[in-house]
Design a binder for this molecule. Sequence first.
Ligand SMILES: [Fe+2]
Ligand SMILES: [Fe+2]
Length: 189
Amino acid sequence: MMGDPLRHPGEEVLFTGGRVSQADKAEREAWQAAPLSVLVHHLVAVCHEECRVDMARLETLVELEALEGGSLNLDFLEVRDMISRFCTVMRTHLALEERNLFPYVIGLGDGAITPAQKEALGDMRQLLEADHEAEAGMLRTIRGLTAAMATSPDPASPESRIHEALMNLSGHLQKHFYLENQVLFPRTR
Ligand SMILES: [Fe+2]
Ligand SMILES: [Fe+2]
């Protein structure tokens, strides 16, 4: 039975479902030492890309299930609405980071931002940290609601595929939030 990978966003249990492997530790240390511009590039090109792909896959699975059998099930409709809200909030969050935070972080690494810009960067960082907590909470709620859907022994069933897509999204977000909360944000203070 898997643990909840989003139970402690940003804490020591992250990366591999409750344990921190040697490879994970080495990767964390490498990111701590990496130039800010390289870390930001990784967040956008890998973490944000994964998140967008995971969300699109999840939304498609849910819409297929709604068409093929779940559309009259009130519990399923609630799950579909929550997934839709989560994806809307998450896409706004990703765009906010890419347009309003990351350019200033790169400027900070280059020593090219003003004190006023640095103060604005701090306000943005606080907003985004609060977003992470809210997003992790939404995902935990969705997973709680869908837990019963994943009891089918058939891994190809829609319920199992939706659950697997949720777990995949959770696993990727766990690492993504860790890199931002524990590596990127502290380096911008
Ligand atoms: Fe991000
Ligand atoms: Fe973020």
